[in-house]
Design a protein around this ligand. Structure first.
Ligand code: NAP
Length: 273
């Protein structure tokens, strides 16, 4: 049985607004418990970022996950930022190094690990739908692994800004027909509960000829986008995979230990029911 918290318990958590729905406490606490670490991970509903990070320094909170709406704004409150997170423009992980707050991003490596469980991305033609913080992280991971990426977004100016930052091609959402994608990724928020009947892909025939499709939306687990991809014969990767891998990356940065992936996956599945 887990020992009660004491004077040496390490404090970790997630900051966001709202944050009551977060699945991260289930995953991270299960990982701490399995490895017998004297640590606890809580969810903090935060509006005032400056006050929050002052508290983190004052209380010696060891590490934080950062979620919507703070992933971009938090950059200006940190002491040091990993260059990739800086280029993505979003931090999802903070490490407290003796009072100095270091920001990094595990979404990009998490996204690629999720895809590469199913298909290697090197030299593959990949369409990324979306140009928000998550899409920027997904593109950073794909570029690092040598994929050929085309970005498409509802607001074309955001697609162009992302494409220019990472040296990619871009278009509006209806301009992807001729690209011949082998992998298609939904990195928009379209299809999220309660709008399960929506998909960002205007023409499902784009799935024909593709090998795999990933949706980073994880509620519901099987989105309309993934259902249509599966019907067209693509291998499908749901958003829970990226969620687990980005959380495992955080755990490893905070503790220096290998994350117990299976345990984290079971905790996540348990928290979903
Ligand atoms: P964001 O910065 O707000 O970006 C949202 C994106 O969705 C933008 O590209 C936006 O297009 C597009 N979009 C929104 N409504 C749309 C609509 N009706 N039609 C077409 N496009 C629409 O959000 P984010 O941080 O990138 O997060 C996006 C999603 O990823 C969220 O659902 C989040 O929960 C999920 N996520 C999952 C993981 C994971 O581990 N699985 C990790 C991070 C994020 P415009 O630019 O035109 O507004």
């Amino acid at each position: 049985m887990k020992a009660a918290p004491d004077a040496k318990t390490g404090l970790y958590g997630i900051i966001g607004h709202p944050v009551g729905h977060s699945l991260s406490p289930a995953m991270q606490n299960a990982a701490f418990d399995t490895l017998g670490l004297n640590a606890v991970y809580l969810a903090f509903d935060v509006i005032d970022l400056a006050a929050c990070l002052g508290g983190v320094r004052a209380l010696g909170v060891k590490g934080l996950s950062v979620t919507i709406p703070h992933k971009e704004a938090v950059l200006s409150f940190l002491d040091e930022i990993d260059p990739v997170a800086q280029k993505i423009g979003a931090v999802n992980t903070i490490l407290n190094r003796n009072g100095r707050l270091f920001g990094t991003n595990t979404d990009y490596a998490g996204a690629v690990s999720a895809i590469e469980d199913v298909i290697p991305v090197k030299d593959r033609k990949v369409i990324v739908l979306g140009a928000g913080g998550a899409a920027r992280a997904v593109c950073a991971g794909l570029v690092e692994k040598g994929a050929v990426v085309h970005v498409a977004n509802r607001t074309p100016g955001r697609a162009r800004a992302l494409a220019e930052a990472f040296g990619l091609n871009w278009s509006s959402l209806d301009g992807i027909g001729g690209f011949g994608a082998q992998i298609i990724i939904n990195a928009t928020s379209v299809g999220m509960r309660p709008h399960e009947d929506e998909t960002p892909l205007m023409d499902a025939s784009v799935f024909r000829g593709a090998l795999a499709a990933m949706d980073i939306v994880y509620a519901p687990v099987e989105t309309r986008f993934l259902k249509e991809a599966g019907k067209a014969g693509c291998k499908t990767i749901n958003g829970l995979k990226m969620l687990i891998y980005q959380a495992a990356g955080q755990f490893e940065l905070w503790t220096g230990l290998k994350a117990p992936l299976k345990v984290m996956e079971e905790a996540l599945t348990g928290a979903l029911v």
